[in-house]
Design a protein around this ligand. Structure first.
Ligand code: SF4
Ligand code: F3S
Length: 130
């Protein structure tokens, strides 16, 4: 058993979910998040946190093998995410839009995506002698 992130996360990417996961098993792409099915402990805490209603248990009829596979595949290549950043400015416009899978990006989350994005806090630049 695991929970699964579905299509409506695409281009919404609110990231409220990552703040509550007790085992930090969310992974971030450019425009959606996924859950690592081998790390999820099936607690269900994230499901009601998603404003886009994009998280379900894999036993839910809205889930499917294809979405479970997408979560599993990208959880292995995208970076782990544990802190909520700034959602896309047009997230609300995309909530519930049909056919969002066509907009899915396989690119990983970029730390420089937006102010407040995870990892965008000031980073220490390694000192190098000139
Ligand atoms: Fe994390 Fe629990 Fe959601 Fe699984 S069900 S992703 S463990 S918050
Ligand atoms: Fe996506 Fe919902 Fe999390 S929109 S990033 S699953 S809060």
């Amino acid at each position: 058993m695991t929970y699964v992130v579905l299509e409506n996360c695409i281009k919404c990417k609110y990231m409220d979910c990552v703040e509550v996961c007790p085992v930090d098993c969310f992974y971030a792409g450019e425009n959606m998040l996924v859950i690592h099915p081998d790390e999820c402990i099936d607690c269900g805490v994230c499901e009601p946190e998603c404003p886009a209603d994009a998280i379900v248990a894999d036993s839910d009829s809205r889930s499917s093998d294809a979405w479970l596979k997408l979560n599993a595949d990208y959880a292995r290549v995208w970076p782990n995410i544990t802190h909520k950043g700034a959602p896309p400015a047009d997230a609300a416009q995309w909530d519930g839009a049909p056919g969002k899978l066509a907009a899915f990006s396989s690119a990983p989350h970029s730390e420089d995506e937006a102010p407040g994005a995870p990892g965008s806090e000031p980073r220490t630049v390694p000192w190098r002698p000139r």
